[in-house]
Design a protein around this ligand. Structure first.
Ligand code: HEM
Length: 424
C-alpha cells in the first residue's frame, strides 16, 4: 500500500475556483478543495463579470444531495459556469441540459447501447485496438503517453460506435480539444474569457469548432436517415422518443456534439491520470501486475484519483438551505465532483492511492442523478482492458519530462505525459 500525504494547507483567502490559472499545476485545486471542505463546504465564489458567482459544493454528502434532486437543482439553466442568454438556451440545449420527461425520453434513445451488457460486446475489438496501440507506442522507448496511447483509444471506440472511418478520428480529437479546451490557449480558437467569444454565444462552449462538428454530424444523419443501421447516429435519426416529440435538427446537432466530446476527452484524461498514478506508486502497479484480478477494483480507485471532470453546475429553482447556507432561487450551484472524491468522511486517508481500497463510493460519474454518466460502463471497460494489456508488457515506466495540464476548472486534463518505458 502506498501512502501520499495530502497537499500542504492553503488559507480560505487564497481560494479562487473561478480562476482557470489555478488549475494547471496539479496540486493547487486539491489544496483549494481541502480548505473548502474543512472550513466552508458550501462556499460563495465570486466570479468576474458578466458572470454572477456561484455556490461551490465540495463535500461528498452535499454533492450527492444536489445531484439527486433535479427539481430543486435544475440543469435546464445549463451545466457549466457560463450563464447562457435566454435567447440562446433553446439553441444550445442538449441531453445534459434537459430535465424531466423530455430528458428521460432523449436518454432512452441511446441507453440500450451503453448498458454493461451492450458495451461488453466491444471487448474483443477493444483488446485488439489496445494491443495495436501499445505495440506501436511502447517500442519507441520514450514518448508522450497522451498522444501515443490515451488519445488513440477512446476516440477509436467512439468512431466505431458512430460508424465513422478511422481516418476521421484525428479530426474528432481536434474538435474535442478545441471545444472542451475553450479556456486553454493551446487548444481554443477563441478563449471563453475573451470579448471575441461574444459572437459565438449561440454555440456550445462558445466554440466555433462546434459548427464543424454540426456539419459533420448532419452529413452522417442525412445518409443514415431511413436506413437500417444500428450505430449511434442511425439510432438517433431513426428512433421516436418515448414522449412522442421527434428530435429536431437542433436536438440532433447538440446530441451528436455531446457524444463526440463527452466520451473522448474524459476517458483520455482518466487513462493518463491513472498511468501517472501507477508511475508515482510503483508498489501499487506491481500489485496489479502480479494479480490482474485486482484490476477492476484498481480501476475504481483510478477513477476516484483521476476525477477527469472537476465540476458540473446546477441552478436553484427555489430558496433552499444547504450546508448551513441559504441558497436563493436562481443561484448557480456547482458540484465539485473532484473534491467529493477526496472527502475523508467517505474515503479514509483520501490521499493514499490504494488499488485494493474497498467501498469506493466515488462521484466521478455523478451519483444518483438522472444525468449519471451514460458512458460509465464503456469508460470502465476501456480502462480495465487498457491496464490488462499494458501492465504485463512493462518492466518499468518513468516520467521523462514535464507533465503539462489543461488550463481548465472544468476538465481535469493532462496534455502531455512524457514517459520512458522498459519492456519485459
Ligand atoms: C472516465 C470517463 C468519463 C467521465 C469521468 C465522465 C463524467 C461524466 C459526468 C460527471 C457526467 C454528469 C453526471 C451528473 O451530472 O451527475 C457525465 C454525463 C454524461 N456522459 Fe460521461 N464521463 C466519462 C465517459 C463518458 C463516455 C465514454 C461517454 C460516451 C460516449 C459519456 C457520455 C456522457 C453523456 C451522454 C452524459 C450526459 C448524460 C445525461 O445528461 O443524461 N461519458 N459524464
Amino acid at each position: 500500500m502506498s501512502t501520499v500525504t495530502g497537499p500542504a494547507a492553503l488559507s480560505l483567502a487564497e481560494v479562487d475556483l473561478a480562476d482557470n490559472d489555478k488549475f494547471t499545476d496539479g496540486t493547487l485545486p486539491w489544496r483549494m478543495f481541502d480548505v473548502l471542505r474543512r472550513e466552508d463546504p458550501v462556499h460563495w465564489q465570486p466570479e468576474p463579470a458578466p458572470n454572477s458567482g456561484f455556490w461551490a459544493v465540495t463535500r461528498h454528502e452535499d454533492i450527492v444531495r444536489v445531484d439527486r434532486d433535479p427539481e430543486t437543482f435544475t440543469s435546464m439553466r445549463f451545466t457549466n459556469l457560463e450563464e447562457v442568454d435566454e435567447d440562446y438556451i433553446a439553441l444550445r440545449r442538449s441531453l445534459l441540459e434537459t430535465d424531466g420527461m423530455r430528458h428521460r425520453a432523449m436518454r432512452l434513445i441511446l441507453q440500450k447501447q451503453f448498458t454493461p451488457r451492450a458495451v461488453a460486446t466491444y471487448e474483443t475489438f477493444l483488446r485488439g485496438l489496445t494491443a495495436r496501440t501499445l505495440d506501436a507506442a511502447l517500442p519507441k522507448g520514450t514518448f508522450d503517453f497522451v498522444k501515443e496511447v490515451s488519445a488513440d483509444f477512446p476516440i477509436n471506440v467512439l468512431a466505431r460506435m458512430l460508424d465513422v472511418p478511422e481516418e476521421d478520428t484525428q479530426q474528432l480529437i481536434d474538435w474535442g480539444n478545441r471545444i472542451i479546451g475553450n479556456t486553454d490557449p493551446d487548444y481554443a480558437d477563441v478563449l471563453l474569457e475573451s470579448a471575441e467569444s461574444e459572437q459565438y454565444r449561440d454555440l456550445p462552449f462558445r466554440s466555433p469548432a462546434a459548427l464543424e462538428v454540426f456539419e459533420y454530424g448532419r452529413k452522417l444523419a442525412a445518409k443514415r436517415r431511413g436506413g437500417g443501421g444500428t450505430d449511434l447516429v442511425s439510432t438517433l435519426v431513426n428512433s421516436s422518443p418515448r414522449d412522442g416529440v421527434p428530435l429536431s435538427d437542433t436536438d440532433f446537432d447538440n446530441y451528436f456534439l455531446l457524444l463526440v466530446v463527452a466520451g473522448n476527452e474524459t476517458t483520455r484524461h482518466a487513462i493518463s491520470h491513472s498511468m501517472l498514478a501507477l508511475i508515482d506508486h510503483p508498489d501499487e502497479r506491481a500489485r496489479l501486475t502480479a494479480d490482474p484480478s485486482l484490476i477492476p477494483g484498481g480501476v475504481e480507485e483510478c477513477l476516484r484519483w483521476a476525477s477527469p471532470v472537476y465540476h458540473f453546475r446546477r441552478t436553484a429553482t427555489r430558496d433552499v438551505s444547504l450546508g448551513g447556507k441559504l441558497i436563493k432561487e436562481g443561484d448557480k450551484v456547482v458540484l465539485w465532483f473532484a473534491s467529493g472524491n477526496r472527502d475523508a468522511d467517505v474515503f479514509p486517508d483520501p490521499y493514499r492511492f490504494d488499488v485494493t481500497r474497498e467501498n469506493i463510493d466515488h462521484v466521478t460519474f455523478g451519483k444518483g442523478s438522472p444525468h449519471f454518466c451514460l458512458g460509465n460502463s464503456l469508460a470502465r471497460l476501456e480502462m480495465r482492458i487498457m491496464f490488462e494489456e499494458l501492465l504485463p508488457r512493462l518492466a518499468d515506466i518513468r516520467v521523462a519530462g514535464e507533465v503539462r495540464r489543461v488550463r481548465s476548472n472544468f476538465v481535469n486534463g493532462i496534455k502531455e505525459l512524457p514517459v520512458a518505458v522498459t519492456l519485459r
